[in-house]
Design a protein around this ligand. Sequence first.
Ligand code: PEP
Ligand code: MN
Length: 351
Amino acid sequence: MTRKILIVGPCAAESAAQMDTIARSIASVLQDSYAQLFAPVLRAGLWKPRSMPASFQGVGADGLPWLANAAALAGCPAATEVAQPEHLTAAYNTGIRQFWIGARTTANPFMVEALANVPLADKQGVTWYIKNPTSPDVSLWSGAVERLRKAGYEHLCAIHRGFALGDHAAGCYRNTPVWSVAIEFKRRYPSIPLLTDASHIAGHADRVAEIAEQAWRMGMDGLMIEVHPDPANALSDAGQQLTPEALRTLLQRLAAIDTTASAAESIELAALRQQIDETDDELWALLSKRMDISRQIGDYKRRHGMPVLQQARYDDLLSRRMQWAAEHGISPEAAKQIMDIIHEQSVLKQI
Ligand code: PEP
Ligand code: MN
């Protein structure tokens, strides 16, 4: 059985006492029998990339010994976020061997390159976790992987932490999960374990479990979950950190969901998949028919000197389709995404 990677710990290291307390609590959670499903790693941010300069920026290198001691107490490796070469050198020199690159850093190829080029004595002993960039750009995410590979690192993992989608956000999460981007990353890098950062996606402690469960049921390779001894008084991300007891409940719930069976040999599943293939054939035949009609509409608009884009018509079509989706148990946002692609192709066809 391949164990799921479980990166747990506070958003940020705040004091030696806080790290000591959380390490003891996590050690206790890891005593439970279900914990053998997981390969644990203790996280704590020391250098925090905060949007606002007045926010808590992390304790910096002062927290390195706290993290190292806490990991020893919890009985697992330590991981921290590095964004600049000095962070990496200082953490490496304290004995820390696991690092994550935050979403804002992955988005910046110069910064990733600078990290990749830091000379470390034993690159094979280092594990990197590369979070997705803030925008849903799988190539930018891949670029960070390639830069670390080029620099000689072999132990790479990736973390889907959701995306800042602004007005396009769906589901009221802090960072919208875009599973299609995560799945495309997995398609490009099948051998790189892909974790889900349920905390930074959810943004609220009450919603961490639903994201963790989705990731688990999909068969993702691990989770990052923020845990704090006193979430309400945390210096960063207070709303989304779990108490150790909530972590215990969540891990128990995940462990009860069995996703270990192989799909390969099931006759029932093969029959259902055949139905999916047949339905897709019909769907694509209909799409092709729709495109043909679009071409005829394009001819008509051309002959009559009409512009291709008819916004009012599309608004009407879209709102009817989104309403239909809602009535049929399909997410209206997903229906909109599908319609937007179909409409864009139709407009291009007409042109
Ligand atoms: C973090 O893990 O503490 C963090 C800042 O995450 P992200 O880069 O995903 O925002
Ligand atoms: Mn955080």
